[in-house]
Write a protein that binds this ligand. Structure first.
Ligand SMILES: Cc1ncc(COP(=O)(O)O)c(C=O)c1O
Length: 394
């Protein structure tokens, strides 16, 4: 048996390309902004995680350029050895303060952050309990640990309790949920999760990749939204969304963060975040802390998009955030809708099984703080016309 045989037999992507319906790895020929250039044409961007629209902010670009001038382009080593710069430490202090924790630790991507947390914390005597809709990086992280993995139905607190009831008392338990769920934009039930974690003596971790910068009076994420910083044990986030950079961090008690620092494999065996990305994340954090108007506008245009779609009869699930799914419920229809929107000048992301459960195939749309009301109105008009033509709405 040739190990490459499966590669030669894999034809799904080629077939989709031949039919003109291949939506992945689609090159964008401009900055990730509210409008992007695709195939030489302008599209309204409704598919980026650039929630605060900071990737083109002059202060952030300037900070990144300055860091290159001062520190060069790469760190050329892991945090464990030569790759820790003084600006990593500064950023960590600023982040810990922002999310009201004793300490924070910066990784080179959000994905690696989750791998790092899980590989360090999950021992043989532990159980990790995940929401079924948790991000893939959390699931992959559990594969680097030695704990038993259990999963509860999405946001179903009764099912979570049933699962916890089965776990022997002597086991260590970590419950992990996304603060805002990445595909459907709904928010974790933090008050109930906190009650449950106390009842069962578990620890609670929130993946705030889609929440920090967006949720809460200070933009500090899910714990800020519910005013429950002390009750969440670990807060994790990525810099690849609202922070307009790359990298990620975890924040919590100093002793726990120190342990992850010494046992998280991506911290030790992968190179650290380059200076330009550190500086961009720091500059973005400053804007998140000070520019409340940006967040207010994000919510205004997100609400306009949600209301507009709902009023036309689209199923947008239980979203409460700028992530707005348009649920289609069928693979082929989802691709057709995606293609028609793209051809008409609206960029979205099609999501099919297994990324979502069967019946919940959707177009993932996401709004940015820099979208204008005119752009949202135009996108609504185009989406409505195509939706009616395809019989998705009346
Ligand atoms: C909920 C969640 N966690 C973690 C990650 C990983 O972050 P990154 O893309 O920065 O590696 C993502 C990214 O898609 C995410 O959506």
């Amino acid at each position: 048996m040739d190990i490459f045989e499966k590669c030669h037999k894999f034809e799904d992507a080629d077939k989709a390309k031949e039919q003109g319906f291949y939506p992945y790895f689609y090159p964008v020929g401009s900055a990730e902004d509210t409008e992007v250039i695709v195939d030489g044409k302008k599209k309204i961007m409704l598919g980026s995680n650039n929630y605060l629209g900071l990737t083109t902010h002059p202060k952030i670009k300037e900070a990144a350029k300055k860091a290159i001038d001062e520190y060069g382009t790469g760190s050329c080593g892991s945090r464990f050895l030569n790759g820790t710069l003084d600006i990593h430490i500064e950023l960590e202090k600023e982040l810990a303060k922002f999310v009201k924790k004793e300490a924070a630790l910066v990784f080179s991507t959000g994905y690696q952050t989750n791998l790092g947390i899980m590989s360090a914390l999950l021992g043989k005597n532990d159980v990790v309990v995940l929401d079924k809709w948790d991000h893939a990086s959390i699931v992959d992280g559990t594969r680097l640990g030695f704990a038993q993995v259990m999963r509860f139905r999405h946001n179903d607190m009764d099912h979570l309790r049933k699962i916890l009831d089965k776990i022997p008392k002597e086991k260590g338990i970590l419950i992990v949920v996304d603060g805002v769920f990445s595909m459907e934009g709904d928010i974790a039930k933090l008050p109930e999760l906190v009650e449950i974690k106390k009842e069962y003596g578990a620890r609670l971790m929130i993946d705030d990749a889609h929440s920090i910068g967006v949720l809460g009076p200070n933009g500090a994420g899910t714990a800020d939204y519910f005013n429950m910083f002390d009750e969440v044990d670990l807060i994790m986030c990525t810099f690849s969304k609202s922070f307009a950079s790359l990298g990620g961090f975890v924040a919590g008690d100093a002793k726990v963060i120190d342990y992850i620092k010494h046992f998280g494999r991506p911290m030790i065996f992968s190179a650290s975040l380059p200076p330009a990305m550190v500086a961009a994340a720091r500059a973005a954090l400053e804007i998140i802390k000070t520019d409340k108007k940006r967040r207010e506008h994000l919510w205004k245009v997100a609400k306009m998009w949600q209301d507009g779609l709902r009023n036309m009869g689209f199923d947008i699930g239980d979203t409460q955030t700028p992530i707005v799914p348009i649920i289609i419920g069928d693979d082929q229809k989802t691709f057709y809708f995606w293609k028609a929107l793209m051809d008409a000048g609206v960029y979205t992301n099609p999501v099919i099984t297994p990324a979502v459960p069967p019946g919940r195939q959707l177009l993932r749309t996401s709004i940015m703080a820099t979208h204008t009301e005119e752009q949202i109105q135009k996108a609504l008009h185009i989406t409505g016309e195509i939706g009616r033509k395809m019989g998705i709405v009346k």
